[in-house]
Design a binder for this molecule. Structure first.
Ligand code: BGC
Length: 255
């Protein structure tokens, strides 16, 4: 077991990649705080899968787009599990619209959850670690779109590009505290964020044609890397982005 006795908080872990990470962490011996905002039932399912591995789990509702909520989330997670070792900033949303139609409301929502949430959850985690003089790991679930353009998702791309810069900046600032900060950049993973795509055979086929490994990813494909980054083997890794996309982002071909 690679995370035995560690305490982890995974935002947005009722479903999708967050759930996959919560369950894999539990399998590796970590206790897990499961955060959700929408579906209490899905969070219960994640909790059942987590505790089935004989570790402790707790469900904590919180809107990651609210700074008060993320501060409370870190407090409640440590109160329930004990001092935290690992924070996974996973919660994220995307909104499809041509750039010229993007509303202020949608822009704010995407930036608040994907960027502001990760920023202040990390700040709360760093305060928590500093007060105990303990090292820690921050893992941001970014996207291939921290680099790769994604037309009609301008705010999403801006949030993920900012997360890339934040990761590198914090790796430098927090390194002396023994806190490592890394990004995982998933490509097309089969999760609820992709429901529209999964229900559109034409778009899905076109995307699959661009993925050298010829399939969508599964949350487990991302979770294995998160375990590595959270564990002892990654002790000297910080400030990096790790792409998990079946080759999508390096696949340029002239037709
Ligand atoms: C987005 C998906 C998209 C994938 C590959 C992800 O970051 O959330 O909607 O299919 O990147 O482009």
């Amino acid at each position: 077991m690679r995370l035995k006795g560690k305490n982890a908080l995974v935002t947005g872990s009722s479903r999708g990649i967050g759930r996959g990470i919560a369950i894999r962490f539990a399998q590796e011996g970590a206790n897990v705080a499961i955060n959700y905002v929408g579906s209490a039932r899905a969070a219960e399912e994640t909790l059942a899968a987590v505790t089935a591995h004989g570790v402790r789990g707790v469900i904590l509702p919180a809107d990651v787009g609210s700074v008060d909520d993320v501060r409370r989330l870190v407090d409640e997670a440590s109160a329930a599990l004990g001092p935290l070792d690992i924070l996974v900033n996973n919660a994220g949303i995307e909104k499809h619209a041509p750039f010229w139609d993007v509303s202020e409301q949608d822009y704010d929502k995407v930036i608040d959850i994907n960027l502001k949430g990760a920023f202040f959850a990390t700040q709360a985690m760093v305060r928590h670690l500093r007060s105990g003089g303990r090292p820690g790991r921050i893992i941001n679930i970014s996207s291939v779109h921290e680099d790769l353009p994604f037309p009609n998702f301008a705010a999403y791309c801006a949030s993920k590009g900012a997360l890339r810069m934040l990761t590198r900046n914090l790796a430098v600032e927090l390194g002396p505290l023994g806190i490592a900060v890394n990004n995982i950049a998933p490509g097309a993973i089969e999760t609820p964020i992709n429901t529209a795509l999964l229900n559109d055979p034409r778009k899905l086929g076109a995307l699959l044609n661009q993925i050298p490994l010829s399939r969508l990813g599964q949350p487990e494909d991302v979770a294995g890397l998160a375990v590595f980054l959270a564990g002892d083997e990654a002790a000297y890794v910080t400030g990096s982005t790790f792409v998990v996309d079946g080759g999508l982002s390096v696949n340029y071909q002239e037709q």
